[in-house]
Write a protein that binds this ligand. Structure first.
Ligand SMILES: [Zn+2]
Length: 210
């Protein structure tokens, strides 16, 4: 297919790039698009060029979109705290992108709800200890700044890094593993970092250390 000049990209192609790179949707190619694409290519080890080439478009297609990951049914609780609370013990403010304070985009809110329902289980099994979100949803800007993978489940609101009051991350992880084994907690990715626990709904059975 060679290299297509950006000016030749159709609005739907631009929209697809915007969704995959988490850019605000504008439908028109701009310097911000070019910059985001350049850093995406750098992260992928692809050659930068001033148009759309096949390797880049293939790499873009591999980015999971929110519509490709299981969408969790969004049930709006019939209570007046919906605006502030995701679930009983978690608020939308806690899930803002840590570095720039941006709110969780509507498209990813159902994922955060699904995640918090699981975190409520963890919280209650641990005797209702306070669970503090260190990093929930991340904007693509903050994800890059904080060194996150461009495929990070934090980008789609499918992951949270958190601490549990009075418990070491290794104890939290052990407990979560046993809950997953007995099917009480949705199996997902679990990471024990030095200071917190990472849990995501994307990488079933994945266990890693930070
Ligand atoms: Zn994480």
């Amino acid at each position: 297919m060679g290299i297509r000049p950006y000016n030749d990209l159709l609005p739907c192609e631009i929209a697809s790039i915007e969704r995959r790179l988490c850019l605000p949707s504008s439908g028109r190619w701009s310097a911000a698009h070019e910059q985001a694409l350049s850093s995406f290519r750098r992260a992928q080890g692809l050659m930068d060029c001033s148009g759309m080439d096949e390797a880049t478009s293939r790499a873009l297609e591999r980015i999971p979109l929110v519509s490709d990951v299981p969408i969790h049914e969004l049930k709006i609780e019939e209570d007046s705290t919906w605006d502030t609370h995701v679930t009983e013990h978690f608020t939308w403010d806690e899930f803002r992108s840590p570095g720039d304070g941006l709110c969780v985009p509507d498209a990813y809110r159902p994922n955060i709800v699904a995640l918090c329902r699981q975190l409520e289980i963890v919280r209650s099994v641990l005797g209702n200890r306070r669970v503090t979100i260190v990093s929930g949803w991340r904007s693509s800007w903050w994800n890059r700044r904080s060194g996150g993978s461009h495929l990070s489940p934090h980008l789609t609101g499918m992951a949270a890094d958190f601490t549990v009051e009075g418990l070491h991350p290794s104890s939290v992880r052990r407990l979560m593993e046993s809950l997953m084994e007995c099917g009480e907690l949705q199996d997902g990715g679990l990471g024990r970092m030095a200071q917190h626990t990472h849990y995501d709904l994307v990488h079933a059975h994945a266990r890693f250390h930070g």
